[in-house]
Design a binder for this molecule. Structure first.
Ligand code: HXC
Length: 280
């Protein structure tokens, strides 16, 4: 979608870049000329991802780390700023599971919140401090979800954490904007990645339901979301700051409009209403 190599000679870090959406975003940025750093828990996955990302001809380095290990992450960011530095950060790593909330322990809440919100805030803080110290421009992109705004039953640790990260993103955009740092979010609806589907989609009938209720009558593709990510990280979007862009085929609005469900009215009822109106 973007013209030229807008990321040529630049360095971007993607958390959770070893698989799923993080890997697709990394590959897209690399195809536009970026060098990539990926973080993830699984060394083997990261090594496989590095090969795929480097197919575009740029460099990819990986760091096996759980982003809940705040001190280790700080050290990694330190090392990167001692060498290449960084031009952008993608907060993509996430953890989530479906559960009735009364079945959860506080530890279950913390296991998700420490990845999604605290892990992302820690790495943004460490990166931002170094950008400010070195007077280098930077851009942060956080992968949120449509339910960061509304909340959602059965994924409450994730909803609370994504909501917090969303507010953090909008706030830091204002505070750090004058220092040359932008921060935006993407709020995806249903995208079929292995991690999300394995953890969150109980069976085929729920996937069918997600498609049926979506005004676009399909799931999103990782191509669509990674192009949006590339745009928001590039200078083509340099006046977009503090925004959360929804990409969900219209699913969010479909759930909100009072009369949206009238789409299920049979034809003859519409015809009768029309006749009645004419008579009136
Ligand atoms: C209830 C659970 C649970 C489950 C873990 N716990 N899984 N409780 N239901 N399914 C509880 C445990 O009992 C434990 O509490 C605590 O959580 C920590 O458990 P661990 O197994 O030690 O967890 P940990 O190794 O920290 O990993 C947890 C996790 C894991 C990170 C959340 O599930 C994971 O790795 N998920 C894969 C990543 C992922 O989910 N990606 C998809 C994100 S997609 P106790 O009290 O027993 O000690 C996404 C987008 C949403 O978020 C939009 C989709 C449409």
């Amino acid at each position: 979608m973007l013209s030229g190599s807008p990321f040529k000679g630049k360095f971007y870090m993607v958390t959770g870049g070893g698989s799923g959406l993080g890997l697709e975003i990394s590959r897209k940025l690399a195809s536009y000329g970026a060098n990539i750093y990926i973080l993830g828990r699984d060394r083997e996955k990261l090594a496989g991802a590095k090969k795929l990302i480097e197919e575009s001809g740029t460099e990819c380095n990986f760091f096996p780390v759980d982003i809940r290990e705040f001190e280790q992450v700080r050290k990694i960011v330190d090392d990167i700023f001692s060498s290449s530095g960084m031009d952008g950060l993608v907060n993509n790593a996430a953890g989530n599971f479906i559960s009735r909330t009364e079945d959860l322990s506080m530890n279950a809440f913390l296991s998700v919140i420490n990845i999604v919100m605290n892990g992302s805030i820690n790495i943004t803080l460490e990166t931002g401090k170094r950008w400010i110290e070195s007077k280098r421009k930077g851009v942060v992109l956080s992968i949120l979800t449509t339910y960061a705004e509304t909340g959602s039953a059965y994924v409450i640790p994730s909803a609370a954490a994504k909501g917090g990260l969303s507010t953090f993103t909008r706030s830091i955009a204002v505070e750090w904007g004058p220092k040359g740092i932008r921060a935006n979010g993407i709020a995806p609806g249903p995208f079929k990645t292995e991690g999300a589907w394995k953890n969150l989609i109980p069976d085929q009938s729920f996937e069918d339901y997600l498609i049926k209720k979506n005004p676009s009558r399909r799931l999103g593709t990782t191509e669509e979301i990674s192009e949006l990510a590339a745009y928001l990280l590039s200078d083509f979007s340099s006046f977009i700051n503090g925004e959360v862009i929804r990409i969900d085929g219209g699913e969010y609005l479909r759930g909100a409009g009072e009369f949206n469900d009238l789409s299920m009215l049979p034809e003859d009822v519409w015809d009768r209403m029309k006749e009645r109106r004419k008579k009136q």
